[in-house]
Design a protein around this ligand. Sequence first.
Ligand SMILES: NC(=O)c1ccc[n+]([C@@H]2O[C@H](COP(=O)([O-])OP(=O)(O)OC[C@H]3O[C@@H](n4cnc5c(N)ncnc54)[C@H](OP(=O)(O)O)[C@@H]3O)[C@@H](O)[C@H]2O)c1
Length: 289
Amino acid sequence: MDSFQSILIGAGHAAPSVASALAAHPALSWRAFHNRSPRELLGRQTLRGLPDSLADTHLLLLALPDDALEDCARRLAGLPLGDTPPIVAHLSPAAGRKVLSPLATAGCPTAVLHPLQSFRQRGQVLQIPWWGLCCADEEATFLKELLRADGAQVERLLEVELLPWHLSAVFTCNFLPALLDQALALWPSERRERIRQALLPILSTTLLHQVEGQRQPMGELLSGPLRRGDKGTLNRHLDWLEEHQPPEASVIYRLLSTRLLSLVEDAGLLPEEKQAELEKLLSHSKNGR
Ligand SMILES: NC(=O)c1ccc[n+]([C@@H]2O[C@H](COP(=O)([O-])OP(=O)(O)OC[C@H]3O[C@@H](n4cnc5c(N)ncnc54)[C@H](OP(=O)(O)O)[C@@H]3O)[C@@H](O)[C@H]2O)c1
C-alpha cells in the first residue's frame, strides 16, 4: 500500500483525536503538524505557521476555527502544489466546502470531515464514533476508508445537508447543558450544586433509554406528566413558572412540551380529547405574555 503523506494544520481541541483517528489507517503518515504557536500534538512538536510547499502531500487537513479557514485557504492556494495537488479538508460543516474554493480553483479536491464528538480538553484523545463526510465521488471511497480505520461509522453528506447535520449536533450536544442550566436556574444559587448532583443520574438514565430504545417510537421512551396526560400538573408547572421565573422559562417549557406532545401523539398514547386539551393549554401563556 502506498504511503499517504499528510499534513495537519491546527493543534486545538479537535486536533489530537482527529490526528489519532486518521493515523489508525495503515497507509496514512502524518508528515508534519503545523500551528501558529508552538504546541505538542500526539507527542510531537508542531512547526510554526504554514508549510512552505504542498508538493508530494496527499492530504492537508485544517483543524482551525471556522473563521480562520477562509484566510488560511487563500494563503495555502499560493503555495507550490506539485503534480498531484493534495485533497484539502477541514472539520467544519457550518463553513462548508466553499470556504476552500481558492484551493479548489488551484486544483485541489476538497472535503469536509466532521467528527461527531465533543472535544472539551486540549490534548485529550477521544474516540470518534461517527463522522460526517462531504466530498466529490472521486474522493469518497478513499476518505471513507480513512475515516473507518479506527472503527468509526461514516455518514456521507450532500453540501445542502451539512448545516442540518451540524444543527442536529447543536440541538443535542450543545442544548443539553442549556436545559440543565435552565433546571438549575429555578433554584437559589446556594442549592444549585446539590441539585445538579441529584439531576445527573436521571439525565444519564434518560439517555440510556434513548440508546436502548433507539428502534422504538420516541414517545414510548418518555416518562413524566405529558406522557401520562396529566393536565393538572402541567397547569401547576406553568402557574409556578409564570409567577416565579422570567418569561423565557415558561416559553421554553411550552415549546418543548409541544414537541413532546407530538411524540406522545405519534405513539398513540393519549385519547384525542386529552391531546387537544393539552395542546390548548400549551399554546399560549395564561397571563397573556
Ligand atoms: N471542539 C469540538 O468539539 C469540535 C467538534 C467537531 C468539529 N470541530 C471543528 O474543528 C475545528 C477546530 O475546532 P477546535 O475546537 O479544535 O478549535 P480550537 O481549539 O479553537 O483550536 C484552533 C486551533 O487553530 C489555531 N488558530 C486559531 N485561530 C487561528 C487563526 N486565526 N489562524 C491560524 N490558526 C489559528 C489555534 O492556534 P493556537 O494553538 O495558537 O491558539 C489552535 O491550534 C473547527 O472547524 C470546529 O468547527 C470542533
